[in-house]
Write a protein of this length. Structure first.
Length: 270
């Protein structure tokens, strides 16, 4: 899920993708559908009222361009190679809020539950682009290893890291570093154990953003100390074996807990 500080959350939501989509009613009562090489897009954003039908078509093409660009990056940076077409639904903001607001503990901008569901806009903004890329990682993991349940910090950290990498933000910003360092000095960083469940739904609106940021920072720590190539090798090994601990030991010569401790020392010394 995504908000201003809250990235997309991979929650187990009880929705049948086909049945739910059939019941959905968009802003104008129907979804526009468009396909590309790897995606089937349904969108109901009320664009026509302000920009006309051609604006709606341009919006759909831009969404698919972002998704296809992300698809190319999946193998390059994460070694993920989905073998099936992915379905993406972009909702009118008011419809998304009314339909899904009760499912989550904080404001959402998107989630994955068999299909990618995203809170739309009248243009492909930076925020919408980031949400699409983030949810793409969750969908790719599900397509690559459908029975695998990653610890939340790795699942969300990889999605956040990929999203940042794909939009040119290769490292934590000074503000992000300082925020995490301040939490470290206060002893308020989330523990690795609290980040290792199936998702981060247990965090409230005020703490979830830090949980996501720390998860991204931990993946970034591995990338900085072992190289981005090892992030790709790590993902391939996890997808192949389903064993996160063993994959970390093989590729990085350290356990997730040891990486967590090293990252905390970095933050404490900042």
């Amino acid at each position: 899920m995504r908000g201003s500080w809250i990235p997309a959350l991979f929650l187990t939501v009880v929705l049948s993708p086909v049945d739910a989509l059939a019941r959905d009613r968009g802003a104008d009562g129907r979804f526009e559908t468009r396909s590309s090489s790897h995606f089937e897009l349904h969108q109901d954003v009320d664009i026509d009222r302000s920009t006309g039908v051609h604006g709606s078509i341009a919006f759909e093409r831009e969404v698919l361009r972002v998704l296809e660009s992300g698809w190319d990056g999946l193998d390059d940076w994460l070694g993920l190679r989905p073998t099936r077409r992915l379905t993406v639904v972009v909702y009118d903001p008011a419809v998304f809020d009314a339909t899904f607001a009760g499912l989550f503990p904080f404001p959402a901008a998107g989630f994955y539950a068999g299909i990618i569901r995203v809170r739309g806009d009248v243009a492909v903004t930076t925020a919408l682009q980031r949400t699409l890329l983030h949810e793409l990682v969750h969908a790719a993991w599900d397509a690559e290893a459908p029975s695998l349940v990653l610890p939340a910090w790795l699942n969300e950290g990889l999605a956040e890291w990929f999203e940042a990498r794909a939009t040119g933000r290769t490292r934590l910003t000074p503000v992000e570093w300082d925020g995490l360092a301040r939490l470290a000095s206060q002893g308020a960083l989330p523990s690795l154990a609290s980040l290792s469940g199936h998702n981060l739904a247990g965090f409230g609106p005020r703490t979830a953003g830090w949980a996501y940021l720390y998860s991204r920072g931990l993946v970034d720590h591995v990338a900085r100390h072992h190289g981005e190539r090892d992030i790709r090798r790590l993902c391939r090994e996890i997808a192949r074996t389903g064993d996160v601990e063993r994959a970390f030991r093989k590729i990085t010569r350290a356990t997730p807990s040891e990486h967590d401790q090293a990252f905390r020392k970095e933050l404490a010394g900042r």
